[in-house]
Every structure is written in C-alpha cells, then in structure tokens.
Design a protein around this ligand. Structure first.
Ligand SMILES: Cc1cc2nc3c(=O)[nH]c(=O)nc-3n(C[C@H](O)[C@H](O)[C@H](O)COP(=O)(O)O)c2cc1C
Length: 173
C-alpha cells in the first residue's frame, strides 16, 4: 500500500472482529516498532502484548471504561523508561514521551498498512495498568491500543482537520 494512502486512511478504530492476527502479520508490525528512531538511539521502551482474556477485561476499567479495547484479539501497551540523563536539555524527562510516541506511531501506521485497526488510547490509569501488567518502577505507561481487524470498513479519508495555512507558517510563528 502506498505510504501516503496509509497515512490518509488510518482511522481510530473502535469496533473489532474476533479474528486472530496471523503471526507473520503481527511480526511485521512489531518489526516496524523495533526500527523506530529514539534520542541517542536509547530505545527506552517496552511493548506488552496483552492477549489473555481475563487481563484484557481488566484493561477496560484501567482505560476509562472504554469497552472496545477488549474487543480486539490483542491490546498493546507501550511503556517508557524515564531517563536519568538527557543530552537535549529542555526536553528533560519528556523525551521518553517523544521516543515512545514515535515508535507507537510506527506501530499504528504499520497496522494500517496490514489492514489492521488501532485506536491510540490516552485515557488510561497509569497506576492501574502498571499494577495489572507488573510494570517495574522506572517505567511508565505512555500509550495503549487495541489491535485487530475492524468490524466494518472504517478506513476513510480524514475529517475535521485544520487547513495547512492554520498550522504552517514561514519564518515566524
Ligand atoms: C494521544 C492520543 C490519545 C487518544 N486517546 C483516545 C482515547 O482514550 N480513546 C479514544 O477513543 N480515542 C483516543 N484517541 C483518538 C483520537 O480521538 C483520534 O485520533 C482523533 O479524534 C482523530 O480521529 P482519527 O484517529 O480517526 O483520524 C487518542 C488519540 C491520541 C493521538
């Protein structure tokens, strides 16, 4: 699939089929995550594949009662390690959010290229997920997504986006 078509037709998917994801498909998506860039190539991340039904059900209340997260065969939870040093200065501890978000974007776009649906979940309870998935101290949850085949055709063109002239300027803000 053309790269720009992947980007234009990726939508947040909130309804999934139960169909399992073939191993080779999942591996391609995870490989796209693996090769993502990060500051100083530190790769301060861990991606937990939540497949167990009972654990998936518990993820619902940890994700602000968004029931659709447990509909997909898989939930992926992205964790980032808070770094104790930072070459970039200003970014400080926030650099982990940038690094993990880049890798997570690779995941979401690769999933779209495979015909899989995702929905970036930002409404979650960090402490609940950390306890449920035994995330060690020093790591925080950055994002989660269900991963599965959409139950209907949802890969439409984007809606309600700002115009380029509202978000791009030249030489000054
Ligand atoms: C950081 C972030 C957090 C989000 N959190 C949620 C969420 O908790 N639940 C949800 O249903 N959608 C969530 N979304 C999806 C957005 O609502 C969605 O991307 C946006 O409305 C644009 O729609 P589209 O993804 O279909 O293009 C989140 C998206 C981002 C990038």
């Amino acid at each position: 699939m053309d790269f720009y078509e992947v980007i234009r037709t990726r939508r947040s998917v909130r309804s999934f089929k139960k169909n399992p994801i073939p191993e080779e498909v999942l591996n391609r998506v995870l490989e796209a995550v693996r090769v993502a860039p990060s500051g100083s190539n530190r790769q301060p991340w861990k991606f937990i594949l939540v497949m167990d039904d009972a654990v998936k059900q518990k993820m619902i209340s940890a994700c602000d009662n968004q029931k659709f997260v447990a509909e997909a065969p898989l939930i992926i939870v992205a964790c980032g390690r808070k770094l104790l040093f930072n070459r970039g200065g200003y970014m400080g501890e926030m650099s982990v959010l940038v690094d993990v978000s880049i890798a997570f974007t690779h995941l979401i776009l690769a999933a779209r290229a495979e015909g899989l649906g995702t929905c970036w979940i930002g409404a979650f309870n960090n402490d609940k997920i950390k306890k449920l998935l035994e995330v060690p101290n020093g790591y925080e949850v950055v994002a989660a997504t269900p991963l599965g085949y959409p139950s209907k055709d949802v890969f439409t063109e984007p809606r309600n986006r700002k115009n380029l002239n509202e978000i791009v300027s030249q030489d000054k803000f």
